[in-house]
Design a protein around this ligand. Structure first.
Ligand code: AMP
Ligand code: MG
Length: 336
């Protein structure tokens, strides 16, 4: 999959389906397109001018070309492998935002985890459980203080490497959303591999977004949103099994190993896709107890699927519901 993505490099429009016949009249059409980028399938649906779809495709491929950790031509690759400073305004701003969110989450969201992501094989798909020594040898290179982002340049200290995979799709969803809105789109649903963003309120009733069952098929819950992002991080995403144990792609920067706690998935709901994305990753690392404290402290709306049930924040009351076949799951509200 990864290799295919490298070859095709996100820029390739896999399929474009115009759900309404192209007519000569200027009235907006219902447009849908699917792209393969950032190692995932991305679907964009909106009501508006069809030419916006190719603009979205270009935004997607341009951003992937800048941020990919594997594409030898990317800015992140050049920083990671050749210590070339990054001066691209957009990437500098995104790295700065990542470092701020790292501070806010006490380092649980950490864009410098890349050496560990690589060590465990999540970049290549050649998974392995490393030795303690191998992990410990990399820990000195992890931490936001290993990267500097001033107003116009990003640099990394010796051995440090950046991976914006925990925030890139959320950021991309914000950029696409903005582009659609300034071009008059009032109704859209963007699904960037589990990072969902809604524009408008779907005829006044709100968009109903399913939250994936982390233990199998289907959706365990539905959240109703208008003009918001719904971002999930979970164990069901990229992972491997070794000696019967499951290892997921989200790394606890304090231990250097994939997260192992009482959470199976975290879904964050909010206005900023960028922040929701970083928070979902960070909350997943924190575990139920710390995540609950963090959500209350910052009044962030989220749904936590834990070992023993589902928790959702007060702000989602009346907007979150369990699917009928999951109604026996214990469900509790996190009060502010
Ligand atoms: P997400 O699916 O948004 O939770 O992001 C997971 C991706 O972010 C992984 O595939 C890694 O590329 C990267 N990552 C892993 N652990 C962390 C972490 N603790 N902080 C930030 N990014 C991470
Ligand atoms: Mg994330």
């Amino acid at each position: 999959m990864k290799k295919i993505s490298r070859c095709l490099i996100l820029s390739i429009l896999v399929a474009v389906i115009l759900t309404t016949a192209l007519s000569a009249c200027a009235s907006p059409s219902s447009v849908e397109g699917t792209f393969f980028a950032m190692d995932t399938v991305m679907t964009i649906r909106y009501t508006g001018e069809e030419k916006l779809l190719s603009e979205c495709g270009k935004i997607i491929s341009d951003l992937e070309k800048k941020l990919s950790v594997t594409d030898k031509g990317s800015l992140i690759y050049a920083l990671n492998e050749k210590k070339e400073p990054i001066r691209d305004e957009e990437v500098v701003a995104l790295v700065k935002k990542s470092l701020e969110l790292s501070t806010l989450t006490s380092g649980m969201f950490d864009p410098t985890v890349y050496p560990l992501v690589k060590l465990w094989g999540f970049t290549t798909g050649e998974y392995k459980v490393p030795t303690e020594e191998e992990i410990e040898a990399l820990l000195p290179y992890i931490g936001k203080d290993k990267v500097s982002a001033t107003t116009d340049v990003v640099t990394a200290s010796e051995g440090a490497q950046i991976d914006l995979g925990g925030i890139a799709k959320g950021y991309l969803s914000d950029v696409l959303r903005e582009r659609l809105i300034i071009n008059g789109v009032k109704s859209a649903l963007l699904n960037l591999g589990g990072n969902v963003t809604a524009i408008g309120d779907k005829d006044g009733s709100g968009w109903k977004i399913g939250i994936k069952n982390p233990l199998g098929e289907g959706y365990f819950g539905i959240v109703n949103v208008s003009d918001e992002a719904v971002v999930t991080s979970g164990l069901y995403e990229r992972h491997f099994v070794s000696d019967g144990k499951k290892y997921g792609h989200i790394i606890d920067p304090t231990t250097g190993s994939p997260v192992e706690n009482d959470l199976l998935s975290v879904t964050v709901v909010g206005k900023s896709g960028t922040e929701c994305d970083a928070f979902s990753t960070a909350l997943f690392v924190m575990g139920r107890e710390k995540a609950t404290v963090f959500l209350k402290e910052h009044r962030i709306d989220a749904v936590l699927y834990t070992n023993d049930g589902v928790l959702y924040t007060e702000g989602l009351q009346g907007r979150f519901s369990l699917q009928p076949n999951f109604s026996s799951l214990p469900c509790e509200v996190i009060r502010w």
